[in-house]
Design a binder for this molecule. Sequence first.
Ligand code: NAD
Ligand code: ZN
Length: 358
Amino acid sequence: MAAGQDNLTAVLYGINDMRLEQRPISEPNDIQVLIQMEVVGICGSDVHYMTHGKIGPFVVEQPMVIGHEAAGTIVKCGKNVKHLQPGDRVAIEPGVPCRLCHLCKSGNYHLCGDLFFCATPPDDGNLSRFYCHDADFCHKLPDNLNLEEGAIMEPLSVGVHACKKAGVKIGDVVLILGAGPIGLVTLLAAKAMGASKICITDILDIKLEMAKKLGADHAIKIEKHLSEDEIVKKVVTLLGEEPNASFDCTGVESCVRIALRSTAKAGKVVLVGLGKFEMNLPLTSALIKEVDIRGVFRYNNDYPTAIEMVRSGRINVKPLITHHYRLEETLQAFETAKTQKGNPVKILIHANPNWRPS
Ligand code: NAD
Ligand code: ZN
């Protein structure tokens, strides 16, 4: 690349200190590709790093490029890259593992102890004009997926992974706690995998309206005056039976309790929300029902499934996209994400200077 070429990059320096600055464009190594970044979505974790400077043990100690829900166009390939070529449009899977340890070898590469993950400190993300990534973690987009949909493959992969963990299949009855972006992608994945009845909860009407638009059969607004018993009863009454798979997509203790109490015998409770490290939960009642509790941390081998679900028309992610900004407007985009003004679901930032709103 020509020296001095525009590589505007969004860098988080510390709490509420995001700066746009020029950075040199890296050269891809033998197994990497150089990508013209096109679309980068904002995730709750990006906002949390901005407002709190850390998530659990991950602390922003040095300036970090933000962004990990991304898609772009290949401009250059390292010499050992065989499956991609310049011009290919790709969804970028942000976690690159060591590929050598027993977790990687057994297929659980997302749990690798030596994982690089975009915009998880100290690793840089990809909200920039250009970015290099390992080619085997770039997924070529089919012709009928656009780059905006490509960026959504990241959160959708979380929903796909959660539903695979629960083994969702035709006829399943599902409860989802929380109708934020992650609850919604779980809803889309569960429907596509065959769930016949889905009940979703949230504390906000606006979130439930979106969930209904996306196909939730029942919605429960969680209000202060409702007791846990009343909510559990409502779930079962609306669904006509106890759910055989429940997903907590809030990280809130009361939601995990409701999931454990509502779920049918021999059913599954999948924990997706990241909340308090310790919770007070009705575990014995879950044990008596042989409810299987499963954790979800990101995804592994789920990008291809997510892409295929959209390619084949089983999932439409377009309604999730509510806001568009240019890379130059990153601070405004984060302001919208922070304040939730205009009820955003997915806020996309367009990194290609040639992007024009459609
Ligand atoms: P979000 O904050 O946008 O959505 C959470 C939703 O839960 C909101 O709509 C909120 O109104 C609702 N909510 C809050 N309290 C509730 C209650 N008591 N009952 C019902 N609903 C309630 O977050 P998100 O981006 O959708 O992510 C959801 C959770 O998943 C977060 O905890 C996030 O950290 C986690 N997450 C986990 C993974 C993973 O790999 N495990 C990946 C991404 C996100
Ligand atoms: Zn590994």
